[in-house]
Structure formats: C-alpha cells, structure tokens
Ligand binder design. Structure first.
Ligand SMILES: [Zn+2]
Length: 139
C-alpha cells in the first residue's frame, strides 16, 4: 500500500461513513483496539469495497490523520520529564476541540518509574498552529 492507496481509502471510507462518522472513527483512533462500532463500520465498508481491504497495520497508517484538519500526522521524538502535570479544564476543553493532535505538551512520567527518557509522538502541524494561536489569545 502506498500513500495514494491510503488517500483513496480515506476518501471512499469518508464517503461511506459520512463526514461526522468518518471524523468520529478517526478521532477514536486505531492504535490500540478497535471499538465494537468501529469493527462494525469497517466490516460494512470492506464488504462494499473488497478492493480496499487493509490489515490493522495498514489501517493505522491510512488513518494517521488529524480528524479536524485532515493533514497527515508527523512523527517527532520528545524528551520525557519526571513529574506530574495538571492542566486546567479550560485548556483541556480547548485542546480536545481545537488542537487535538498538537502533541506540544510535555510528556511526563506521571509517577511511573518504567518510562523511557525519549518517546515518539504524532502531531498535526495545523493543530500546533491552532494551539499557538490559542496560547497567544488574551484571556
Ligand atoms: Zn490537526
């Protein structure tokens, strides 16, 4: 599978699920386990589009996009800081609604002792720009 195949998959998957369903599916993620409703939607899609059949690794690659901005997520290695971070509800709400894939907050151990010193994160450039704009807004 190449990036054109993945783009075609996303386009047909979006058409099949509708805009809201597609964004909900992408936002739910595929990295861990699919939720039951995701399995149902995927099975329906593959039944209608057998030529677009993907395994789970390919599905994760194809849908590694921002559900808000549609851009492909970029990989970056960041340092893990020792400690715990509490964010305000205002920030968490803004992050969820406006820049869900900024991945610009520090990665912290949250008390775990077995964390590596470096981890890989996926981010959306448009989310980072939206986060910067939000951070620079006067309160
Ligand atoms: Zn984004």
């Amino acid at each position: 599978m190449n990036s054109i195949d993945y783009a075609l998959f996303r386009s047909e998957f979006r058409t099949a699920l509708g805009e809201d369903g597609y964004r909900r599916f992408v936002a739910a993620g595929t990295a861990r386990r699919l939720r039951y409703w995701q399995e149902v939607e995927l099975k329906k899609f593959f039944a209608l589009h057998p030529e677009r059949q993907l395994d789970m690794t390919q599905l994760a690659d194809a849908l590694r996009v921002c559900e808000l901005h549609d851009g492909l997520l970029q990989s970056e290695v960041v340092e893990v800081i020792d400690g715990c971070i509490d964010y305000s509800q205002t920030y968490l709400d803004a992050r969820r609604g406006t820049f869900p894939h900024a991945a610009a907050d520090p990665v912290s151990t949250e008390g775990r002792m077995d964390m590596p010193t470096l981890v890989s994160v996926w981010y959306c450039a448009a989310c980072r720009a939206a986060r910067s704009a939000w951070m620079n807004e006067p309160p």
